[in-house]
Design a protein. Structure first.
Length: 470
């Protein structure tokens, strides 16, 4: 369905002229949009681009789904659970469409990028006006104009490696925002559908990325999250700029205070990246490093290209060079063929690494992936039990591990005040931990030095550091 590696990168422009034409018709009508985004940060960020395009077409953000003239579902297909939710939620819109035939309904994102799923949806939901894949965001104004004229559209094209630059983005955050550095994934982990629905890796040019970071800084954002399915394999400017160099360039942008990035693949984590984390002052001392399993047998079957020992070596190196770094991870239980012994290996790895947070999942069979056809699929009951055990261990480790933060000092980017107590402000530390401390609204948006005094299960409590605390 898709072309193979080394896809050429070419920039395409959003059709601003069509958007402007629609805007002249729509602005006066006060029409509104509502976007529902499922799944990962990449999808949430795509939804911000769609919002930008709707605003450029003269639409306003609806106060809720119930009030909207256009409803968009930006879907996720990484696990079956997310797909089922979307099917249910789309079905529930039929009544609304019967009551208001002018309502426009759009389903887009990763689910319909699987052509068979798109066709199934098109038949099953005749009240949906448009079904589009992940690669056609820049065409939204043209496609939208056609549905306004009464057409019904199913538009899923092969992912061809183009990168659309210059699309308007309506950013939801106030101080922290995402900037895409690359798209797609070449790794084909055997359980994962992403390479099939997001296509091959393609990197934006460093100039485009730096310009966007400067733009968001000018809008008042203090923190950027550089996004990609596998940011360590960033290869911009015809492969001449790699991720550590890109980080150094972003670090040089004066108006930005803090840089995060996500997600890193252990097999591509280079010593140069570890050095960058250690030396670049604005780079947060946190890394999300999905391990997926602690068993070599399962890692091999998952096509992860590292062993448990490789992973632990990387963790050691990270902690040697960046002692204050916090590590978070993703783990799947119940991958086909996972025995009790394999699962014990995952539990012992979790103990050994002592993660700051772990996102844990039961393996979900994804049609078209290699693992879906593997024999020895694990029973649901076993998956559930293993997930519970894993989560219980993580909670126990977190409880004990939090003590190490007491007395430490860090800088929080203040996000707001606790709704239960306006005298408590909160913000995220560089290491990704949330900290609450006495403070008021005047601190929101500021970078504040805090000393940790107590811990809670998922967050810390502290007080503002004064010079004498130093
Ligand atoms: N089943 C369960 N979890 C999955 N993930 C990806 N594909 C699957 C699947 N088929 C998890 C991985 C990945 C995270 C984003 O989602 O842990 O890192
Ligand atoms: Fe999926 Fe593996 Fe690519 Fe991550 S690295 S998106 S888990 S195929």
């Amino acid at each position: 369905m898709q072309k193979e590696c080394n896809v050429p990168v070419s920039a395409v422009k959003h059709n601003a002229a069509v958007a402007a034409q629609i805007a002249t018709r729509m602005a006066a009508l006060g029409k509104t949009y509502h976007i529902e985004a499922y799944g990962c940060q990449m999808n949430a960020h795509d939804a911000e681009t769609m919002a930008g395009i709707f605003l450029s077409m003269g639409y306003k953000k609806a106060s809720s789904l119930q009030d909207a003239d256009v409803i968009v579902f930006n879907t996720c297909c990484v696990r079956e659970h997310a797909e089922k939710r979307v099917f249910g939620n789309i079905g529930a819109l039929k009544k609304r469409k019967d009551e208001n035939p002018d309502l426009k309904i759009i389903v887009c994102g990763c689910m319909p990028q699987q052509r068979e799923v798109a066709e199934r949806m098109y038949k099953r939901f005749p009240f949906v006006d448009m079904i589009v894949g992940t690669n056609e965001l820049y065409m939204l104004p043209e496609l939208f104009q056609r549905i306004l004229e009464g057409e019904r559209i199913l538009h899923v094209v092969d992912i061809d490696g183009e990168i659309a630059e210059g699309l308007p983005i309506h950013r939801e955050g106030t101080f922290s925002t995402c900037v895409n550095i690359m798209y797609g994934c070449n790794n084909f982990c055997t359980y994962c559908i992403v390479p099939y629905v997001r296509g091959r890796e393609r990197s934006r040019t460093s100039a485009d990325i730096l310009q966007e970071v400067r733009n968001v800084a000018a809008e008042g954002f203090k923190e950027v999250m550089l996004l990609g399915q596998n940011v360590n394999s960033y290869a911009g400017d015809d492969g001449t700029v790699h991720f550590p160099q890109l980080l150094a360039m972003v670090n040089g942008i004066e108006e930005i205070s803090r840089i995060r990035f996500m997600t890193s693949h252990p097999k591509d984590l280079s010593p140069a990246l570890i050095d960058a984390i250690a030396s670049l002052d604005k780079l947060c001392k946190h890394i999300h490093l999905p391990v997926q399993s602690g068993s070599d047998r399962i890692l091999h079957a998952m096509n992860r290209h590292y062993t448990r020992a490789d992973y632990l070596r990387i963790v050691r190196m990270l902690r040697e060079k960046v002692p204050e770094i916090e590590i978070t991870t993703d783990i799947i239980v119940g991958f086909p063929g996972e025995t009790e012994a394999d699962f014990q290996d995952t539990l012992s790895l979790m103990r050994e690494v002592d993660y700051a947070a772990a996102y844990t999942f039961m393996y979900s069979k994804r049609k078209g992936t290699k693992a879906a056809a593997m024999p020895e699929q694990v029973e649901e009951e076993t998956k559930k039990r293993r997930l519970q055990e894993l989560n219980a261990l993580q909670a126990e480790l977190l409880q004990k591990g939090n003590a190490r933060f007491i007395g430490t000092r860090g800088t929080a980017l203040v996000e707001g005040c606790d709704h239960r107590s306006a005298s408590m402000a909160y913000g995220r530390l560089g290491n990704n931990k949330m900290v609450y401390f006495p403070g008021d609204e005047s601190l929101v948006g500021q970078m504040v030095d805090v000393i940790v005094t107590q811990t809670q299960t998922n967050s810390l409590i502290g007080r503002i550091a004064t010079e004498t605390n130093r």
